[in-house]
Design a protein around this ligand. Structure first.
Ligand SMILES: C[S@@+](CC[C@H](N)C(=O)[O-])C[C@H]1O[C@@H](n2cnc3c(N)ncnc32)[C@H](O)[C@@H]1O
Length: 419
């Protein structure tokens, strides 16, 4: 069993949301080695960053009222129908009441998550959702806004929690995470063979960029490897911090109730499908080997790992549904090839659903898998590659089912590559 650690906030350099450098919530056992945590002092000198964090907190807090208002709108629409039409669907209003109860329970979980973001306490938005920050001599006053898109991110976090930490997510994790874990194990065996003998797995340094809710990184840490997850979204970081460090204190035997599908009101076969809870976690999150070295680092992957100190520091990089999150996927490939040791392993699974493809004012480089493969082959030997069908935050009971034909490959960094 590992010792529980509270969130450690550290700062090294300037923090901007996407170009952010280092905040290091050491989410699991040992302190983050690289980058080194320096202090727990909130970075008040970066008002933009503070405002961003406050906005995330505000979205968590507003989830309940926004969700209840939506349900009320559906209720009003229904009550506008004639008595006769209403009588045709006698369960409708009752289901809406149950939906309200479900979002209240989701809200309870979100409040748990927020309550454990201790070191971010000073960022909590005040009653007026605004505040005053001191930036050197200057005092900055501002008002916070929270948009529908922010609440949508909270709803999406509920689905991600289901994917990573519920029994209902097990099938999907089997499709996505299991092959990556098995390949990482094999890559470790290869590392042992190359080191001419059994090596302590704790010396095998594995990086998981875009770690999301942390399950894949946690599973790899459970294998005994030295693992660091990285993500740049505070929605994910706050939530994974809670699940990895605190949830076991709150959970009853059956776990914490969550209603991840409650907002999916279309393509429903039976109302019970969205009104049924899932329970988290499906595993005791404290169950890591006592020697495990597992950390999470906040920040943009390219900013955090693209510097010289990170060159050739990693034995293995594991990417899952991550490569297409880039503005420029070539930047990601470039950083991965730089940070891997010569001969090091890159294990990847995911689609190419370029996240910025439809965002007009953001750059987006959208190359095909074939083009990506040609780039990779410049710097890596591709050990194998195949296509795997995977789902992502799937509601198995919905009338709408979406799956990806993901590329799944293992590649080894060439020894001749200039880092
Ligand atoms: C599609 S999700 C996949 C999450 C997780 N790997 C999984 O399979 O469930 C992509 C994740 O990458 C993170 N992300 C996107 N761009 C990033 C960046 N530039 N640096 C670090 N994390 C990033 C997002 O916040 C998100 O958690």
């Amino acid at each position: 069993m590992t010792e529980k650690k509270t969130i450690q906030v550290s700062r090294d350099g300037s923090c901007k949301r996407k170009k952010e450098s280092l905040w290091s919530p050491a989410l699991a056992t040992n302190q983050v080695e690289e980058p080194t945590p320096h202090s727990t002092t909130p970075p008040l000198s970066d008002p933009e960053e503070v405002r961003h964090i406050q906005r995330v907190i505000l979205a968590f807090r507003r989830y309940l009222n926004v969700s209840l208002a939506r349900i009320d709108r559906r209720r009003r629409d229904f009550l506008c129908l004639s008595d006769e039409l209403q009588s045709w669907v006698p369960t409708y209003l009752q289901n809406l009441e149950q939906s309200k109860e479900a979002v209240r329970k989701n809200d309870k979980l979100l409040r748990h998550i927020l309550s454990t973001v201790e070191n971010f306490e000073s960022f909590h938005p005040g009653e007026h959702y605004g505040g005053k920050l001191t930036d050197g001599e200057q005092v900055i006053r501002y008002t916070l806004e929270c948009y529908e898109s922010d609440i949508e991110k909270v709803r999406s976090i509920l689905l991600h929690i289901m994917r990573d930490w519920s029994k209902e997510g097990a099938l999907e994790r089997g499709e996505c995470y299991q092959p990556l874990i098995e390949s990482t194990r094999k890559e470790f065996e290869r590392f042992c063979r190359m080191s001419s003998g059994r090596v302590d797995p704790a010396t095998f340094r594995v990086l998981v960029p875009g770690a999301g809710l942390g399950r894949l990184a946690w599973e790899l840490a459970r294998e005994g490897f030295q693992v660091q997850g990285n993500d740049f979204t505070y929605y994910s970081l706050f939530s994974s911090n809670y699940i990895l460090n605190y949830i076991m204190e709150d959970t009853q035997i059956e776990g914490i109730e969550l209603f991840p599908f409650i907002h999916q009101t279309t393509n429903v076969i039976d109302s019970a499908d969205i009104l049924s809870p899932v329970y988290i976690p499906d595993v005791d999150t404290r169950q890591l080997p006592s020697f495990s070295n597992f950390s999470m680092v906040a920040g943009d992957f390219v900013e955090v790992y693209g510097n010289k100190q990170q060159a050739e520091q990693w034995n293995c990089v594991v990417t899952c549904f991550f490569m297409d999150t880039a503005h420029n996927i070539l930047d990601y490939v470039n950083v991965i090839k730089k940070i891997l040791k010569p001969g090091g392993s890159w294990v990847n699974l995911g689609p190419l659903l370029y996240h910025y493809a439809d965002t007009e004012d953001e750059p987006s480089i959208e190359i095909s898998l074939q083009e990506l493969r040609c780039v990779i082959e410049k710097f890596f030997e591709i050990e194998f590659e195949e296509m795997r069908t995977c789902t992502y935050t799937r509601n198995a009971r919905s009338m709408l089912q979406l799956s990806y034909r993901c590329t799944y490959f293992v590649a080894h960094k060439k020894y001749t590559t200039n880092s």
